[in-house]
Write a protein that binds this ligand. Structure first.
Ligand SMILES: NC(=O)c1ccc[n+]([C@@H]2O[C@H](COP(=O)([O-])OP(=O)(O)OC[C@H]3O[C@@H](n4cnc5c(N)ncnc54)[C@H](O)[C@@H]3O)[C@@H](O)[C@H]2O)c1
Ligand SMILES: O=C[C@H](O)CS(=O)(=O)O
Length: 496
């Protein structure tokens, strides 16, 4: 690390910068290392342990060995430890945010916001740990008593993406630990430093050795580790957040051991503006929904559908709002659009923009890469009017700061266009007509619907998708379900 210029040279607590994996409470250097870079500058930040299949086997064994003691702690004992972890995450919010902005690129205020968001899952499940209740059932024979227990499912694995390097870990690990399960985590190779800092704070909170393990690995070893996690009969649950393509691979690899799977996959969110909408509110919601994390979130709007009567007003106001965005290094004051994570991301955004223009779209804001800025991994927040269904952006997740705006005539036409995708994660629409709000909400084939809002996630709501956007829900009281097994007890001879 260049101690003069690296953003990581300014940590309040330099001991949070961990670069080795964590197995059974020990930091493991691995047999090789891989580099982590700052996407805003291209500067090398650190080199990190490149763990592999044997390390994955060791982590699974450590987790399995730690499980009995962890599951026999009382719910309150686990709750107290989770609460301490939450408090440490918040006490180190600045350092965690700084590490995140350095390796992922999102603006520093947004990174600190993610720390709070991620910590809120730990706080939520610290409480849910005490509410994993079983039940008694009416007996069908008076000599019997019927009970239902909820027990921890066992060793869990989590494979997480780079775009929310902290929250996507805690959204999985918090319910697992709350339920009494140990976890093996494989974080994204592009953002391992945040995950390792979070694990260090978990150790400080008192999470015992082996209960939480982190396998840092490059792309090739991630695939190899994934195969070990999927093939292991000790691993009873895999929670994955990432692309639908990889989700399919993990499902197929897990089939031989019939694992429970939680999948938070790709999206293709529609954002519908009806002619009865509050246009100014819709513009603000559109900006928030599209350009958060430079468009690199699974719930970012991918397609804007605006009714004909308000199309020109919306496009004019939306383009004006987008032109106020400030692009730059996430540590620079006022910046609200950071870099894209890697070259491939920029290439995909440019391909979608060029395709839209070639098929008749009109650029009304942005439209090009900022190759001279920093690392060159910056793209102007872009709006294209006149979008049509034959464009790539209509059917592929752009995952970048590009907003295509389609027009429509009727409510049914908008619903049909919105649902014309294999994805079903988040959707949004603006209307002030109560009948329309219920008709459209019920007709949209999505796991989540934002009505007159552009941001809908928080820790106590069921987050997840339908169709090929995933399986299960994270957060909320539903979020514990994937980490417990239901056991039915039938007790006889009661009258003897
Ligand atoms: N639904 C959600 O909550 C959610 C949240 C964030 C991101 N995503 C989706 O993730 C995608 C972008 O994230 P990404 O580029 O990191 O996704 P990705 O699928 O490429 O990678 C996600 C994780 O899987 C690992 N991985 C990749 N191939 C693997 C394999 N064959 N075996 C085992 N592990 C493997 C990666 O190392 C990384 O840790 C987008 O599609 C986005 O919509 C969804
Ligand atoms: O992209 C991944 C996150 O799940 C988005 S959110 O912050 O949870 O809405």
């Amino acid at each position: 690390m260049d101690t003069k210029t690296s953003p990581l040279a300014q940590l309040n607590d330099p001991s949070l910068l961990k670069t080795d994996g964590l197995i059974n409470g020990q930091w493991v250097a691995g047999s090789s290392r891989f580099d982590v870079h700052d996407p805003a500058t291209g500067q090398k930040l650190a080199d990190v342990a490149n763990l592999g299949p044997q390390d994955a086997e060791a982590a699974i064994a450590a987790a399995n060995a730690a499980w009995p003691a962890w599951k026999t702690k009382t719910a309150k004992e686990r709750s107290i430890i989770l609460r301490k972890w939450h408090d440490l995450l918040m006490a180190n919010q600045d350092d965690l945010g700084r590490i995140m902005t350095a390796e992922q690129g999102k603006p520093f205020p947004e990174a600190k916001g993610e720390v709070a968001y991620g910590a809120s899952f730990v706080e939520w499940f610290a409480e849910e740990a005490k509410r994993i209740n079983g039940e008694t059932l009416p007996q069908f024979d008076n000599s019997r008593r019927l009970l239902v227990l909820k027990q921890p499912i066992g060793v869990c694995a989590a494979i997480t993406p780079w775009n929310f390097p902290l929250a996507m870990i805690t959204r999985k690990v918090a319910p697992a630990l709350a339920a009494g399960c140990p976890v093996v985590i494989k974080p994204a190779e592009l953002t391992p430093l945040t995950a390792l800092a979070v694990a260090e704070l978990a150790q400080r909170a008192g999470i015992p050795a082996g209960v939480l393990n982190i396998l840092s690995a490059d792309a090739a070893n991630s695939i190899a580790i994934g195969k070990v996690l999927c093939a292991s009969d000790v691993v009873r649950h895999i929670s994955f957040t990432g692309s639908t393509e990889v989700g399919r691979i993990l499902m197929a690899q897990s089939a031989p051991t019939v694992k429970k799977m939680s999948l938070e996959l790709g999206g293709n969110a529609p954002f519908i503006v009806f002619d009865d909408a509050d246009i100014d509110s819709a513009v603000e919601g559109a900006f928030a929904s599209k350009y958060r994390n430079a468009g690199q979130t699974c719930v970012c709007t991918n397609r804007f559908y605006v009714q004909e009567g308000v199309y020109d007003e919306f496009v004019t106001k939306f383009a004006a709002r987008v032109l106020t965005a400030k692009v730059g290094n996430g540590f620079e004051a006022g910046v609200n659009q950071g870099p894209l994570i890697e070259e491939a991301a920029l290439v995909k955004v440019q391909r979608h923009v060029d395709d839209a223009i070639a098929k008749g779209g009109q650029v009304v804001a942005g439209g090009k890469r900022l190759s001279s800025l920093g690392s060159g991994q910056f793209f102007e927040p872009t709006v294209v009017a006149g979008a049509t269904a034959d464009m790539l952006c209509a059917r592929e997740e752009t995952f970048g700061p590009f907003a295509p705006v389609f027009s429509f005539k009727t409510e049914q036409e908008a619903i049909d266009a919105a649902n014309a995708t294999e994805f079903g994660l988040a959707s949004y629409f603006y209307s002030r007509d109560v009948g329309r709000i219920f008709r459209v909400s019920e007709a949209l084939e999505y796991g989540m619907v934002g009505i007159n809002v552009g941001i809908l996630a928080t820790e106590h709501v069921p987050f997840g998708g339908v169709k090929q956007s995933g399986l299960g829900r994270e957060g909320s009281h539903y979020g514990i379900d994937d980490y417990v097994e239901i056991k039915y007890l039938c007790l006889g001879d009661i009258q003897k």
